[in-house]
Design a protein around this ligand. Structure first.
Ligand code: FEO
Length: 402
């Protein structure tokens, strides 16, 4: 299975042997506009060990990279840190091809891998705090349940200080450059935040618990090697601080005006609301859902102080793209937001009340009953929209300490 792909050295005896998916643009509903990587790692210990595998169609790329440093059949252990299919998709075939002495996963991972693949793989279960000798090196395991799935765990290679963190501290970013310090800062910030907002946001309380646990784990971490995107080998405080900031979601002087429109009336309202927010001292980000993907909208929402949503009424309900955004956002559970709803209507006008109820259900602190405009706004109603934005801005500024 040799090919053109080579392993990339991460530390003295650890190699990246994953795959780059340049083309993926949809990751279970998340727009991966820069593609992604599926990171697998090879530890050249006395017992050569593979950490995670890759999505099934990329198996030959992984094998090619492994074969550039070791004959794949020499791998004795495989560790599955996370059973989601982007990391375990080719695990059954890899086990068949390599015939390792043992495959390991967390207690829950051992069960879920069988439920996914029904492959009859013998998987040894590891618990939180367990250690595994690789001969001349040692792995320690930390259960990280629900980060991202119940089966998730971290593996730590003490001798080289490498933390294999599966989804955590990762991002969807296809690139030939393997290390975060080679990637422009703005790309790291944007893609890291987008990944957190769309994958980990609802699990923020668990992220904070894990971050609080880091000192007591007493791991001398030199490298953080996630399962997606670049590897962190410098300034490790950066991803940790970013996770703390994103998990806390402290309100900021930023509001996101998310809306869609049938014939442009609700867009006119949105623009006037945005002008009012900005005039009131708030950075207003305008997101029209037929121009922006839900996963970009929710990334903007993550570190905002306000969420203002607009929809026309169509067939007595909310416009479909707005309903999709609300459904997606409800699952991601953003915190510490205030907001309001608005929209144009012709004759029945139910959408604004439905939007308000949906936002309240998400946990947004609703500031008013919402603003409706019959048919298209005129200069007077646009002035009302601007005032609506100004009033919301005042509350956001107040929530941020003035
Ligand atoms: Fe990258 Fe939760 O899988």
């Amino acid at each position: 299975m040799n090919g053109p792909f080579e392993a990339i050295k991460v530390s003295d005896r650890v190699y990246w042997v994953g795959a780059v998916d340049w083309d993926v643009r949809d990751f279970h509903g998340y727009a991966t506009s820069r593609g992604t990587t599926y990171n697998a790692y090879l530890i050249l210990a006395d017992k050569p060990t593979l950490i995670d595998t890759v999505k099934a169609p990329f198996m030959s790329e992984m094998f090619s990279r492994i074969a550039s440093v070791i004959e794949p059949g020499k791998i004795q252990y495989i560790i599955s840190n996370h059973s989601e299919m982007d990391h375990s998709g080719c695990l059954p075939e890899t086990v068949t091809a390599i015939k390792p002495q043992k495959v390991f996963a967390s207690t829950i991972g051992a069960k879920t891998l069988e439920k996914h693949y029904h492959a009859g793989m013998e998987i040894a279960a590891l618990k939180d705090g367990d250690a595994l000798s690789l001969g001349n090196m040692n792995l320690a395991f930390v259960e990280t349940r629900m980060l991202h799935w119940p089966d998730s765990m971290f593996s730590f290679l003490a001798e080289e200080g490498v933390l294999f963190s599966q989804d955590a501290f990762g991002m969807h970013l296809a690139d030939h450059r393997r290390f975060a310090d080679e990637i422009p800062d703005d790309v790291l910030e944007f893609e890291g935040a987008k990944y957190y907002a769309n994958i980990l946001l609802p699990l923020s309380p668990l992220v904070l618990k894990l971050l609080a646990r880091v000192p007591e784990l007493n791991l001398d971490i030199k490298i953080i090697a996630p399962d997606h995107g670049p590897i962190w080998r410098k300034d490790l405080a950066r991803p940790l601080k970013s996770y703390e900031r994103w998990a806390k979601q402290a309100p900021t002087r930023k509001a996101v005006v998310v809306h869609d429109s049938m014939w442009g009336a609700t867009t006119l309202m949105a623009r006037a609301v945005g002008e009012g927010l900005y005039a009131g001292g708030v950075d207003a980000r305008m997101v029209k859902l037929r121009a922006s993907h839900r996963s970009d909208a929710v990334t903007e929402v993550m570190c905002a102080g306000g969420l203002v949503v607009g929809s026309p009424t169509i067939n007595r309900t909310i416009f479909p793209t707005v309903a999709d955004f609300l459904c997606y956002t409800r699952g991601l559970k953003p915190q510490n937001l205030v907001g309001a709803a608005f929209g144009s209507y012709g004759w029945s006008g139910e959408a604004v009340k439905q939007l308000s109820d949906a936002l309240a259900e998400i946990g947004v602190g609703m500031l008013n009953e919402g603003l409706r405009v019959n048919y298209a706004p005129d200069s007077e109603t646009l002035a009302e929209c601007r005032k609506f934005g100004l009033d919301i801005a005042a509350r956001i500024v107040e929530n941020c300490g003035g």
